[in-house]
Every structure is written in structure tokens, then in C-alpha cells.
Design a protein around this ligand. Structure first.
Ligand code: UDP
Ligand code: MG
Length: 341
């Protein structure tokens, strides 16, 4: 769907053929306090690789992030910028950057220096040894709250058992993908993008490197609690129909309980003179069933909402402008914010 190759500079495509080109994709949302430091540290490492491009996706920042990046990009043609039309969210920003990456490998990394860019050459080594997807797995996580660590650990274990997808434990979005793995991911048009799950779905040859996660270099987390909950819901709902099956079981369970209760009351009525008193128990049953029905309806609603997202067929994101992407692409986005088809 997102096909840019015909717009890429001929000379770039030619260069890819005789030397390796490594793309690094970084989403940034209000990261003015780390942007410059990130670019400096990443560039210092990446210059050790043959050819590279550092693609920063500005996910609708409202601070000076883009200004800072633009100034840096004016002096460094390796630094390529994509500015989205608004905040589309972390997972979509990653997809936007990947769609524009031309490399033989595409690595995704966070901007806050929690994930060390110095690890990328090791990941490239694994790719040279034949891996299609190289995950960077966190051994320790410094500077994150107990709540964040506990919820993350619980989340990964839960989603693995729930979706039956082989999502590696404690690997975030820091990973390297081969050209064919990246193409497979870009080719998936779904709107509710849980990239970790999509990568697990692709399969192919996988490898790992391990690292110790540093605290955020500066600034605060851009994942608020509601964003985290949405993210978790996306993970479960776009990879599993089990919530729907749970709803069915809940229905069977309450039918079974009510059948047994009914039987008990009939027997009681026929064998004794006892009349069942009822307001409290009646209220409880009515409220319980009302609750079960609303929850079930909500689960179905979540799926219907997602179907609605997909059938509207809107593009995943709009690009406001790009820089250093080559004159063709840069001017294309100045005319129309839509990715070319
Ligand atoms: N991010 C983004 N759009 C968003 C939220 C986050 O592009 O809507 C970027 C953010 O700038 C960072 C990365 O995604 O580079 C991870 O975000 P953050 O470090 O805040 O998340 P955490 O590490 O706390 O889970
Ligand atoms: Mg972070």
C-alpha cells in the first residue's frame, strides 16, 4: 500500500546495491530536551557502519523538537526528517518512518536514550549472520517506577499466553529488521497497529541481543496511563478473539446458574410451604445479569469499533513535510500530505 520506491532517487537505489545501507527510525513526540543529544550519540555510532540514514519521525510535537531537528538536518544529509500532520501515536509514527526507510536493514529505536544506539552495530552483525529480526531484550530497567516495571512484565506474560503469539518477553520496539521483514510489516494495512504483535506474526529468522536499559536521558514519558491502557487493549484485541469467546462462556455460566437456581426454587415450592423471600436476591440477580450483558456488549463494541476503523479506509497518517528525503519526496509532500500510492 505504502509504496515509495518509485520516488526514491535512482542514485540512492544504485548505491544500496553495492554497499549496505542501514536505516534507523526514531519516533519523537515533544522530545526537545533529548533530540540533539540523541542525534549526536546515534550519529557517533552509526558513522562506523558503511552507509546509514537516520530517519526521525516528528509525531506532531508541540514544542521545539522539529525546529531543533531541522537545524541539525541542514548540516547533515544523513539525518532525514518526517513531520506528521498531528500526533498519530508511537506505533503509527514507527510505521511512517519505516515506510520511508530505504535501507537493507531497518532499526527502530526510542529517542529518549533508554535504548543505547551503541547496540546497533551488534544487531547489524546478527543480521549479517542471517537473522531477519533482531530483538534487543532488556535485562534490567533502571529509572522506571515499580508500577511501570510490574505492569510491563505482567503485560508481556499475559499477552503471550492470551494471543498465543511468540512475542519475546521484555523486548520493546527496539529491534532491527531485514529488508524483507520490514517490507512485510509495511505491507500490513491495519490501523490499530500493535507493531510487536505484527513482527511476531511475520516470523522469519529471529535473533536476540541483550542490554541494560538506562533511565530516560531527559524529559518525561510520553505514555500516559490511558495511552498505555489503549496500547494494551490494541495488543489483545487485534491479535485474539478470545475476549469474544470469554463472553460466550460468561453467558453459558449465568444460564447454568439460573437454571440450577430455578430448579431449586421449584423443588422448594413443591416440597415445603416455604415461600422464597425475594427483594434482595432479585435485585442482585438483575444487577448481575445487567452487568454481564453490558460487559459483553462492550467487548463486542470494541471489535466493531476496530472494524469501523478499518472499513473507513483512511490513510494511517498524513505527512506534513519531509526534509533530506530527496527533492522528489520533499516536494511531493509539500503538494499533498498523502503518501503516494
Ligand atoms: N512517542 C511518539 N508518539 C507518542 C508517544 C511517544 O512518537 O504519541 C515516542 C517518544 O518520543 C519516544 C518513544 O515514542 O521516542 C517512546 O516513548 P516514551 O519513552 O515516552 O515511552 P516509555 O519508554 O516511557 O514507555
Ligand atoms: Mg522511554
Amino acid at each position: 500500500m505504502l509504496e515509495f520506491s518509485h520516488l526514491l532517487d535512482e542514485s540512492v537505489t544504485a548505491a544500496v546495491k553495492d554497499t549496505e545501507l542501514h536505516s534507523v527510525v526514531v519516533p519523537m513526540f515533544n522530545e526537545e530536551s533529548v533530540a540533539e543529544q540523541f542525534v549526536a550519540r546515534a550519529t557517533a555510532t552509526l558513522t562506523k557502519l558503511t552507509e546509514y540514514e537516520l530517519i526521525v519521525v516528528d509525531d506532531g510535537s508541540e514544542d521545539r523538537t522539529y525546529e531543533i531537528l531541522k537545524r541539525l538536518a541542514d548540516h547533515d544529509s544523513h539525518l532525514k526528517l518526517v513531520r506528521l500532520a498531528r500526533n498519530f501515536g508511537h506505533q503509527t509514527a514507527i510505521s511512517a518512518g519505516m515506510a520511508l526507510a530505504a535501507g537493507d536493514t531497518v532499526t527502530v529505536i526510542d529517542a529518549d536514550l533508554q535504548d543505547p544506539p551503541e547496540l546497533i552495530p551488534d544487531m547489524v552483525e546478527r543480521w549479517r549472520a542471517g537473522a531477519d529480526v533482531v530483538f534487543a531484550v532488556r535485562e534490567t530497567r533502571k529509572g522506571e517506577t515499580i508500577f511501570k516495571r510490574a505492569s510491563a512484565s505482567l503485560f508481556y506474560r499475559f499477552i503471550r499466553s492470551f494471543t498465543k503469539m511468540d512475542i519475546p518477553l521484555d523486548a520493546g520496539d527496539f529491534r532491527l529488521m531485514s529488508r524483507r521483514a520490514a517490507d512485510a510489516l509495511i505491507g500490513m494495512p491495519e490501523h490499530n497497529r500493535f507493531v510487536r504483535g505484527l513482527v511476531a506474526w511475520i516470523g522469519l529468522r529471529r535473533d536476540h541481543v541483550h542490554y541494560h536499559r538506562d533511565p530516560r536521558y531527559a524529559g518525561v514519558t510520553k505514555y500516559s496511563l490511558p495511552k498505555m491502557l489503549r496500547f494494551a487493549a490494541d495488543g489483545v484485541l487485534s491479535f485474539s478473539n478470545r475476549p469474544l469467546q470469554l463472553a460466550v462462556w460468561l453467558g453459558f455460566l449465568s444460564s447454568a446458574v439460573s437454571a440450577m437456581l430455578g430448579l431449586y426454587f421449584i423443588v422448594l415450592r413443591l416440597t415445603t410451604n416455604q415461600i422464597v423471600e425475594g427483594w434482595t436476591s432479585l435485585m442482585l440477580v438483575v444487577l448481575f445479569l445487567g452487568g454481564v450483558q453490558l460487559v459483553t456488549l462492550g467487548i463486542v463494541g470494541e471489535y466493531v469499533g476496530r472494524i469501523h476503523d478499518e472499513v473507513r479506509g483512511r490513510p494511517l497518517y498524513l505527512v506534513d513535510e519531509t526534509a533530506n528525503m530527496g527533492e522528489d519526496l520533499d516536494s511531493h509532500f509539500r503538494r499533498t500530505p498523502l503518501p503516494p500510492r
